[in-house]
Design a protein around this ligand. Sequence first.
Ligand code: KIV
Length: 273
Amino acid sequence: MSTINERKKTTVRTFLRKKQKAEKLAILTAYDYYTARILDASGLDGIMVGDSLNMVVYGHQTTLSAEMDKMLFHTRAVADAVRLALVIADMPFLSYQPSVETAILNAGRFLKEAGAEAVKLEGGIEIVPTVKRLIELGIPVMGHIGMTPQSIHRLGGPRVQGREEARYNYFLESAEALDEAGCFSCVLELMTAPLAKEITERVAMATIGIGSGRYCDGQVLVINDIIGLYQEMQPRFVRRYANVAAEIEKAARGFAEDVRSGGYPSDEESFLE
Ligand code: KIV
């Protein structure tokens, strides 16, 4: 395995090159400096500051109330830690929908103030004029279609997308339009695997799946899900690689027991003179 010193900086061009060479891309979310530093050292292609932080860090039920300031704050912490992975900032609800101007100003803040290298926007063909303008201005854009959490109420919950013909065609058309607008990549969230496969085959941008099967060019998951820190729900597509919640509880119980029994601190853990 190559060390952090031997690896090259990942850019949006790396994403496109890896797609062409059929090399899979691996992305995880991060929201704080030290987690981002560990993830960067692990050799991921991208680290995304997702608005999922509203749920998995702040305990809200949806991503809808994530604000610009909160996203900027966490993106700055992550960007400060990351040397090699591409840092992608998620634009929160209503930070890009009202107008192209609003989108430019807010997307610009992620690059200018928070150190992000790309932004992610949810939406299909209807947001293409905004996406085009951002890219023209030098802001790399990752699209996000399928089950888009900022539309959770309109979609009626986290339901698999693309089963009806009209929706299937809408996502195909949207993916092609985002590709043509210049997106370097696009998240395909919770859509049927055949739809994700067809999109992946048709577009030049790298498709990044989450709950959309194995045919995408890469995969993204939420760090708190895969380490078992967020336990409110576990979607079928999440693979858990650790149980950090159990480890934290074990550590806290051990500490409380030692304090109560007088076992902590010991003489070695004290300054006796
Ligand atoms: O908010 C988020 O973390 C995301 C990804 C997991 C795609 O949008």
